[in-house]
Design a protein around this ligand. Structure first.
Ligand code: CFM
Length: 584
């Protein structure tokens, strides 16, 4: 049985990618064009992060997870964002307190759209944004007392089961000992209180925050409750954060198949569910980047194996369901999974066919986070669109090239900065989920564990792979490639749209979604159809198109001498402010 929803398609090239309607530029020449503006040192570094996919079967080494060069406009966020905002933030009945100035807390307050629908009797703190609101006085004299008071106050008002405290940049700089404050609060209040040293500067991006969060959740929450859920085929869905309700789609799909989700980490999850996730029998990993640490640690300590899945796109969801069924090796489950796949595809096919007729041959470029730039390519492929360029903001080499490169990744000072927990098998609770014979039988049937192959192998030959793309490169990409849609985030969105290309935000989904599973796929198809087939973007005329003076004033002069630069500033001051220009 085929895993693809379209098996034969004459509109595809020899690699199976949809043929593009418009002829595509030479990628090597485009790459040169992107790089040529940079000074030598910068160009050398960016060249390692900007590659042409010359041989998808043998991905070239990419300079991922390295520091962004100052002066380059990056898409990245900070370590605090990766810890508080991404991995732990969605836990809806853990009370999150940011120890820091007010802005860190404000900007991590619900901007990510990880939705929660607490069960009866559960509480949802996600609407709240709690902070110690550090001021000058605390930065000078220390903020530990204020933090202890904030924990007490929060406890008095809310009586939560658990409080998590997050350190921001100034906390690390002045050396507040949040862990001792948390330990004392835990003793005093009799609830679980723990801290995260996730200062924004701790790593090169939010990726460091994921690792810190995984460590903390593993140390302070996982394993506290040994009572397993009832239900057969118990799994955890790791690396799914319920953006726009995605986890709910995945949950209900799995439920239809008879698969029980003990915990989704951490989309719409309660404290209680996290504490018992070690009782499940399989971990399925959706976002490898943000949670591979947890998958590895729970396997070592408790014996739960993990597999990579992807519930984004119809073909990928189909493959993932079949893989889970193969693992459990139950005829009942396999039959049920096939029934569900057939039903879901029957409902989806008419939508897919209708949209595909209008989108076939169009192109997309994706620059998002550490997993979606890969996963969403399948959704575009479902509707006949090809990804001509893609990159992650902060992923590591394994997310591009596959986990087989892990042993060859050099640990630099920035990575060494993040604690690597020493984990051992739990003498009492480690339980191998399969016998060696069962594992051998699975392997003989082609089943693989811990099997993330990375993004590059699944991309078209000649596609551009761009890590931590800069605004300059993005603008050049638009000029040269003119993709029909770009999927990225809010920081790029309006630049892209001003250049006449629709932008689909893949972080918060622009208030759309869900896009996961078959039901979500239908939403995505329709959304992309609407975006790439509207004429509105082509009708947008930026002012510089009708006023030739504007580009002359704004153009960047990299080789200008000091005197020339000063002269240019005078001219700038002498001209009228842009706001007064007639709007072309
Ligand atoms: Fe994983 Fe995510 Fe992503 Fe991510 Fe993120 Fe996100 Fe993302 Mo924004 S955990 S790596 S740190 S799939 S918030 S839900 S969309 S950058 S691609």
């Amino acid at each position: 049985m085929s895993e693809n929803i379209e098996t034969t398609d004459e509109a595809c090239d020899s690699e199976g990618f949809p043929l593009t309607t418009a002829p595509q530029p030479d990628p090597a020449a485009a790459r040169e064009e992107f790089l040529k503006i940079y000074p030598d040192k910068t160009r050398k570094k960016r060249a390692k992060q900007l590659l042409v996919n010359t041989d998808p079967a043998k991905p070239a080494e990419i300079g991922a997870n390295s520091r962004t060069i100052p002066g380059i406009m990056t898409q990245r966020g900070c370590t605090y964002a990766g810890c508080r905002g991404v991995v732990i933030g969605p836990m809806h009945d853990v009370l999150h307190i940011t120890h820091g100035p007010i802005g860190c807390s404000f900007y991590s307050w619900q901007t990510r759209r990880n939705l929660a629908r607490p069960q009866p009797g559960q509480i949802n703190y996600l609407q709240y944004s709690m902070t110690t609101d550090m001021m000058e006085e605390e930065v000078i004299f220390g903020g530990e007392k204020k933090l202890a008071a904030a924990i007490r106050e929060a406890y008095r008002i809310f009586k939560p089961k658990a409080i998590a405290v997050y350190a921001t940049c100034p906390v690390g700089l002045i050396g507040d000992d949040i862990h001792t404050v948390c330990r004392l609060a835990k003793e005093e209040l009799g609830i679980n209180v723990f801290g995260f040293s996730c200062e924004g500067y701790k790593g090169v991006s939010q990726s460091a925050g994921h690792h810190i969060a995984n460590n903390g959740v593993f140390k302070h929450m996982v394993g506290l409750n040994d009572t397993p859920d009832e239900g057969e085929f118990r799994i955890n869905v790791f690396g799914e954060y319920n953006i726009g309700g995605d986890a709910w789609e995945i949950d209900s799909l799995l439920k239809k198949c008879g698969i029980h989700v003990t915990a989704t980490l951490s989309g719409d999850i309660s404290y209680e569910q996290v504490t018992k996730c070690h009782t499940a029998d399989l971990n399925v990993v959706q976002c490898h980047r943000s949670i591979n640490y947890m998958a590895e640690m729970t396997e070592t300590k408790y014996g739960i194996p993990w597999i990579k899945v992807n519930f984004i796109g119809a073909s990928s969801s189909t493959k993932s369901l079949r893989k889970i069924a193969r693992y459990f090796d139950s005829k009942k489950l396999t039959d049920r999974v096939e029934e569900v796949i057939a039903q879901e595809l029957a409902a989806l096919r008419p939508v897919q066919a209708e949209v595909k007729a209008r989108c076939q041959g169009k192109t997309a470029a994706l620059f998002v986070g550490g997993s979606r730039a890969h996963h969403y390519q399948d959704l575009f492929k479902d509707i006949g669109m090809t990804t001509v360029a893609a990159g992650y903001e902060f992923a590591h080499r394994d997310d591009y090239e596959g986990r087989q490169v892990l042993p060859s990744i050099k640990i630099d000072a920035d990575s060494r900065n993040i604690e690597q927990l020493e984990v051992e098998a739990d003498p009492r609770r480690f339980r191998a989920r399969k016998t060696p014979e069962q594992d051998a039988a699975l392997a003989a049937g082609g089943f693989t564990y811990r099997d993330y192959e990375g993004m590059v192998r699944e991309m078209k030959k000649g596609a551009l792979i761009i890590d931590d793309i800069s605004h300059h490169e993005l603008e050049k990409l638009i000029e040269i490639y003119q993709p029909d849609v770009i999927a990225s985030g809010i920081k790029e969105k309006f630049i892209i749209e001003k250049m006449g290309i629709p932008c689909k935000q893949l972080h918060s989904y622009d208030y759309g979604g869900p896009y996961a599973a078959f039901t979500g796929a239908a939403n995505f198809y329709k959304e992309i159809d609407r975006m790439v087939n509207t004429k509105v973007w082509k009708l947008v005329a930026p002012p510089w198109k009708s006023d030739p003076q504007i580009p002359a004033r704004l153009v960047y002069q990299p080789k200008a001498s000091r005197a020339e630069a000063e002269e240019a500033t005078k001219t700038w001051k002498a001209t009228k402010p842009i706001a007064d220009e007639p709007n072309g």
